[in-house]
Design a protein around this ligand. Structure first.
Ligand SMILES: [Zn+2]
Ligand SMILES: [Zn+2]
Length: 143
């Protein structure tokens, strides 16, 4: 995706497309699975951790990315897969492999809607299945 397209996406979310925001967006779009801050630091050698964190916090607030806990002890981030809008209903389940530590998006799934008591406003939801991924399962079988 070129810079103009990223600028348009950020502008569409009400964000001024600064160089840092474009860099973080691009890194997230290149990641094959949800990443944590340390992963982004490795990908964005020109940015320090505090700057990355500031951009991520803003992205979460403006519904550009989803953040969730996968049980690995760090918060994982991914671009919202919903195209034009964003809501908790867009959230999908994740699978966290306890051997390699990779978290995989299980696209095409919907997270069951829980009926909340009157007046409760949901802002995020985690649905993570833990176990052994197909790559690790294969490796275990072969060894
Ligand atoms: Zn694995
Ligand atoms: Zn995901």
């Amino acid at each position: 995706m070129n810079t103009i397209e990223i600028e348009n996406i950020l502008a569409g979310k009400g964000l001024r497309p600064t160089a840092n925001r474009i860099s973080v967006w691009r890194a997230l779009s290149q990641a094959t699975s949800p990443v944590n801050i340390a992963d982004l630091e490795d990908m964005l050698v020109t940015m320090d951790k505090a700057s990355i964190f500031r951009v991520l916090t803003l992205f979460v607030k403006n519904d550009v990315v989803h953040s969730f806990e996968d049980g690995s002890g760090t918060t994982k981030y991914e671009l919202c897969h919903g195209r034009d809008h964003h809501s908790i209903d867009d959230m999908h389940a994740h699978f966290h492999c306890e051997i390699c530590g990779e978290t995989t998006c299980i696209d095409g799934t919907t997270i069951p809607r829980i009926a909340l008591p009157e007046g409760f406003v949901p802002k995020g939801v985690n649905y993570t299945i833990k176990g052994i991924c197909n790559k690790c399962a294969k490796m275990l079988k072969e060894s």
